[in-house]
Design a protein around this ligand. Structure first.
Ligand code: ADP
Ligand code: ZN
Ligand code: ZN
Length: 740
């Protein structure tokens, strides 16, 4: 009898966020009725000396571990699963597809606060909106209470709710004024304002042009069912307007929308446009928000209170009570791929999520990824094209500037300087693009050729004159500038090559009296600074803007009419097959900043490779033609998307360990591989040492995705047995977007 009682102990299988490919068994406290438990709820469990938040996946009676050795669940954190069935299925799928431990994949679905075991309760931060009466009252009618009059006007001018922080910014003595307006029932708490009984739009949509209308109609006709649309349109062609008109219809059906963007800096811009258009609660989620703000945003969507969620990659798994649509803007952008830990592609998983939920997904880009264009050719995605700029904006003109044998000062050729002068004379702005920050990438001794290298990486230290520092851009280590060569003691050290800081200084000399603004990671490090810069630029407080890829992403510079790419050549000779695609996208994206208003824009590319096929095709025939030829090349070489890859990266402080480990992996593969997967390597990583770690990699490639994944399924348990694994750190990257 006693034995039976032990056998009927309830065992809970828990996914714990650990880099281990297994679930963990825990006992259920006797006081808890197993029938009351739902799959997917969070539980707090003891793990070693710590407590971890895991997810319950199964309650059963058996365990491979003796029950008397099992620990007991500490606390049940949720009464109901916060994730829906289809979303749980999505995460199970993602764990299998990326061959990543389920506990960590499930953790990625939750905001930090919930991962830490916090209650799933919205922390009410009070925010206020106009009451129906307050919307109609003219502020002048409050003439006798001038402060209230001003505050009412403030509410009437702001598209969204105002919280205490914003009101405090407006006036330190806001509380009394607010109370007056609350007493008069002119404003009310935002949470008392029900989403359903307000009209979804506060502003009428623009009149769509023919192509926009076609796109809108196509997408609208599929609401309520799965479909993938690739909305291809140059910058300014009105993609956002298309999203908004589709979103409007989804909101009218009382459904929710998830909008994913590659960059935090793009969210405020889009949020403003959405707030002006839509009257529903709009929430956002990105890494600059506090844990509490992100928790609230997540729960608002999960509980069906939020209408639209705007977020970056990590917002992908936000649950929606009534999912209606997913929009993923700038779908080509590689920041949709997570580069550490759970290496998922937010774009690819979003497509699977839309399929599981039975809703449409719109992928937008001026420069669609080759994968997406390939999927269009396979009729998996529907292509919608906006070939023209919306409104009156004119397309920019491209010009290749051959700088071979030309006089050049710090990266600026004489003809370019002349063009800059002409543009400035017309009171228009110039934008110069160079994808390298710092003053110069190399500090070299003029007498003996000594170069300052990073001690921990295979890399040169970059000169940052502004701060008198040498910095490694790979591991972050830094030191003071070298004044004297450590080898020959010469004091003549030279800066070789170009960075944005150097261009900025040269520009200041060449164009005295003009304002030069530099936009890169160094100048925009502080919170909010990028927005400040953007505002200054668009208010006309800048003549020349010089910056890195930060400039390539989605920002509008209406008064910029000349864009120049100072150095595209270094991108032409990369060993990674992805780089041609990335370079072409970068050129088109940067060019898209020119002449967005009614003024014509010009784009100049300085190059010593004017006959390079990538450049000639791109400039003469456009991005589509480039993509066609790039896809043809990939087809010939059987590279993705015509094959599928997984990259095993290994690193260790010991120089031999990574290679030895990978040689052992190759031995396993000899047994496991049925010949349908190519095993390439092991080879040293392109940067063989980084942050003191020696790095090696092994690439697996197969024409059939299934073969590759079956092989990985067989391989991973074997890897766990390789003795050399203890000396290294390894990671698997499925569908890598770069081979570094
Ligand atoms: P994208 O998202 O493709 O860059 P946007 O939707 O931001 O394009 O549109 C670019 C500009 O053109 C915006 O200022 C927008 O208000 C305007 N615009 C978009 N569609 C129309 C339209 N149908 N009529 C007039 N202006 C439009
Ligand atoms: Zn020297
Ligand atoms: Zn370094």
């Amino acid at each position: 009898m006693a034995k039976l009682a032990v056998a009927s102990k309830q065992i809970c299988k828990i996914a714990v966020p650990m880099p281990l490919y297994r679930l963990f068994d825990y006992l259920l406290p006797d006081s808890i009725d197993p029938a009351s438990l739902q799959i997917g709820i969070r539980v707090s469990v003891p793990f070693g000396k710590q407590k971890k938040t895991g997810v319950l996946l199964e309650v059963c009676q058996d365990s491979e571990v003796q029950t008397n050795r099992l620990k007991t669940i500490g606390k049940i954190l949720d009464r109901q699963s916060l994730l829906s069935q289809p979303d749980l299925q999505l995460l199970f799928w993602a764990s299998r597809y990326y061959h990543h431990p389920l506990g960590e994949v499930l953790a990625a679905a939750f905001p930090v606060a919930l991962r830490k075991g916090k209650d799933a309760v919205i922390q009410q931060e009070k925010a206020y909106v106009l009451s129906p009466k307050g919307k109609l009252l003219k502020p002048e009618q409050l003439k006798r209470a001038p402060k209230q009059q001003a505050m009412l006007a403030l509410f009437q001018q702001s598209p969204g709710p105002l919280d205490s922080a914003t009101l405090k910014e407006w006036n330190d003595n806001w509380r009394g004024t607010l109370k007056g307006l609350l007493d008069k029932k002119l404003i009310m708490l935002a949470q008392d304002n029900e989403m359903i009984d307000t009209p979804v739009c506060r502003q009428a949509p623009l009149t769509a042009n023919a192509q926009q209308q076609q796109a809108i109609d196509r997408i609208r006709s599929t609401l309520g069912q799965f479909s993938v649309f690739l909305l291809e349109g140059v910058t300014g062609s009105g993609k956002t307007e298309v999203y908004m008109q589709v979103i409007e219809q989804v909101l009218q059906q009382n459904r929710q929308i998830l909008v994913l963007l590659p960059e935090i800096t793009l969210t405020p811009q889009l949020e403003q446009r959405f707030l002006q258009r839509f009257a529903v609660p709009i929430v956002s989620s990105h890494s600059k928000l506090t844990d509490n703000q992100r928790l609230n945003a997540w729960l608002m969507m999960q509980q069906g209170k939020g209408g639209i969620m705007l977020g970056t990659r990590s917002a992908l798994f936000t649950p929606m009570a009534r999912p209606g649509l997913i929009v993923l803007d700038e779908e080509h952008d590689s920041s949709f791929k997570q580069q550490e830990g759970f290496r998922f592609s937010a774009r690819d998983v979003a497509v699977v999520r839309a399929r599981n939920l039975g809703i449409p997904i719109v992928l937008g880009s001026a420069t669609p990824s080759l994968e997406s264009l390939y999927n269009v050719s396979q009729q998996r995605y529907h292509l919608l094209h906006l070939p023209e700029r919306a409104g009156n904006a004119i397309k920019p003109r491209f010009q290749m500037l051959d700088i071979r044998n030309k006089k050049i000062q710090d990266g600026l050729s004489e003809s370019l300087v002349a063009e800059i002068n002409k543009t400035l004379a017309k009171q228009e702005q110039v934008l110069l693009f160079l994808n390298r920050r710092g003053y110069a990438p190399v500090q070299m001794c003029h007498s003996c050729g000594y170069v300052s290298r990073c001690r921990r990486c295979d890399a040169n230290l970059v000169i940052h004159y502004d701060e008198n520092r040498l910095r490694c851009h790979h591991c972050g280590s830094e030191q003071g500038l070298i004044r004297q060569c450590p080898v020959c003691q010469s004091g003549e050290l030279r800066a070789i090559g170009l960075g944005t800081e150097r261009i900025e200084k040269t520009l200041a000399e060449l164009f005295p009296g003009k304002t030069v603004v530099r936009l890169d990671r160094d100048t925009t490090q502080r919170k909010g600074t990028l927005e400040d810069y953007l505002q200054r630029i668009n208010r006309g407080q800048a003549d020349i803007i010089v910056g890195t890829q930060m400039l390539a992403k989605g920002h509008h510079f209406p008064n910029v009419t000349l864009v120049a790419l100072l150095d595209v050549d270094s991108g032409l000779f990369s060993i990674d097959f992805h780089s041609a695609e990335k370079l072409a996208q970068m050129i088109v994206q940067v060019a898209g900043r020119a002449g967005r208003a009614e003024k014509e824009g010009r784009v100049i590319l300085q190059t010593r490779q004017p006959d390079h096929p990538l450049l000639t095709t791109l400039l003469r025939e456009g991005y589509r033609a480039f993509a066609r030829s790039a896809l043809a090349e990939r087809h010939m070489a059987a590279l993705p998307p015509y094959s599928h890859q997984a990259l095993l990266r290994v690193q260790a402080p010991n120089a031999q360990a990574p290679q030895q480990f990978l040689l052992a992996v190759v031995e396993c593969l000899k047994v496991l591989n049925n010949g349908k997967t190519l095993v390439l390597g092991p080879v040293a990583a392109p940067m063989a040492r980084r942050a003191g770690q020696f790095r090696f990699q092994l690439l697996l490639q197969s024409v059939q995705r299934k073969e590759l994944h079956n092989l990985l399924d067989r391989l991973l348990p074997e890897i766990e047995q390789i003795p050399e694994r203890k000396k290294v750190r390894w990671s698997l990257d499925v569908d890598p977007v770069d081979l570094y």
